[in-house]
Write a protein of this length. Structure first.
Length: 410
């Protein structure tokens, strides 16, 4: 049975915009742990919602390969397909590299990121966060998504990678356009590629103390094009999910009484809320993907060679087979899929960087705006229409106006 002939679900942003948990439950009831779906343009794929099935896929990179050349649908994919930035063909990035070469590239990226000083990272994040709060604290109201969360990670990451601070805003726009997978997706990808190409060329001539320079200095023989592609992957994977991690965590603290202490100096509750989000409202909801290298069975479904398999990270996190009491707090349990699993998981140094940026940003908000509160009913808050990343369109808040710090960080 192919996805196209199995009563497939039309997999789009509006489907998951309001109540993804309910949608995943309904999918699971009707189809089981492996769901036939149709992507933009009627392109068939499989969405995996089962925790055990997802563990099987991500743990077997030979049977479920990251090599997109295996896809059996390329003949019907148009050049302007809006999901091409996310499901690329012949892209020389780490996302689509397999085997020993992938392990070498993963090692190169980990080495470049491990050299980031966590104390300097926290200081840089605090400085940028304070600058952003300075811009809103005198007025007593703000959209904490558009005026803070969506601006902070990319400013920090741009500095780490080697960009000037002035290049940050345009990178934010390009990244958001690309990740949302709509009409401006290809334009966003083009801007990001051009920016990364310029950075790599500049650092090839004049190395500095930054991630791009360390990647270029690696001795495994990667081309400049490969470095550009990997920087693009790192920027996209590092910015938007971290911005949504900040926004979703603040949303949880502002709307769930279990985390009310977070708003009044309970810093342990910040970490707990952030971990709860990774289980219940993870920024990376679904990931494309893996391609079956041969015919196989998965969750009772017959998967054909070349079929695209989408990783349903949020669906697996809420799988009732492993979380029968979905209402219970997860505490310190970190066995979620929010950073992936297996060879192609998010590198551990990258996870640490994202956590430092997100937690520091949240703590600055709570320190600077201690009486922050929602200005609208929680039920009226809207999510961006993306089936891939889950984040709020806006989070309007009010607080007591205070003077700007005016550059208190050296």
């Amino acid at each position: 049975m192919s996805p196209a002939s199995a009563n497939p679900v039309h997999f789009s942003g509006p489907l998951l915009q309001n109540d993804p948990a309910g949608v995943y439950r309904e999918m699971r009831r009707e189809h089981g742990s492996v769901v036939p779906v149709l992507l933009d343009g009627g392109v068939p794929a499989w969405l995996v919602l089962g925790y055990r099935e997802l563990h099987q896929i991500t743990g077997d990179p030979v049977l479920f390969s990251r090599d997109s050349e295996l896809w059996n649908q390329w003949d019907v994919i148009p050049d302007d397909w809006p999901l091409l930035p996310m499901i690329g063909r012949k892209q020389p990035s780490i996302l689509y590299t397999v085997g020993e070469r992938h392990r070498e590239r993963a090692g190169m990226l980990a080495h470049a990121l491990e050299a980031v000083d966590p104390f300097a990272l926290r200081h840089s994040t605090e400085r940028f966060a304070d600058e952003l709060i300075d811009g809103i604290c005198p007025q007593g109201f703000a959209d904490i998504i558009g005026e803070f969360a969506m601006l902070l990670p990319v400013r920090v990451l741009a500095r780490l990678y080697g960009f000037s601070d002035e290049e940050g805003p345009a990178l934010v726009t390009a990244l958001n356009d690309m990740i949302d997978g709509r009409e401006r997706a290809l334009a966003g990808q083009t801007h990001l590629f051009t920016s990364m190409t310029g950075l790599v060329a500049a650092r090839r001539k004049e190395p500095a103390e930054d991630v791009a320079s360390r990647m270029l200095a690696d001795t495994a023989g990667f081309t400049d094009e490969e470095i550009v592609q990997d920087l693009m992957v790192m920027m996209a994977a590092g910015h938007q999910p971290t911005a949504d991690w900040i926004g979703n965590s603040l949303h949880l603290m502002l709307t769930d009484k279990r985390f009310a202490a977070s708003l009044f100096g309970g810093r342990n509750s910040v970490a707990e809320a952030m971990n709860e989000v990774l289980w219940e409202d993870t920024p990376s909801q679904n990931v494309a993907g893996r391609w079956a290298s041969r015919d196989t069975l998965l969750g009772g479904r017959r998967i054909r060679a070349g079929d695209l398999v989408l990783l349903g990270l949020q669906g697996a996190n809420s799988d009732p087979q492993v979380r029968p009491d979905g209402s219970a707090l997860t505490g310190g349990n970190s066995a979620h899929f929010s950073f992936g699993h297996g060879e192609h998981r998010c590198p551990f140094p990258a996870q640490e960087i994202a956590e430092v940026i997100a937690r520091t940003g949240i703590e600055v908000v709570l320190d600077r705006l201690p009486d922050i509160d929602l200005t609208v009913p929680a039920a009226s808050l809207a999510r961006r229409p993306s089936p891939w990343l889950r984040g709020l369109s806006e989070l309007p808040v009010t607080f007591t106006p205070t003077p700007a710090h005016g550059g208190s960080h050296p």
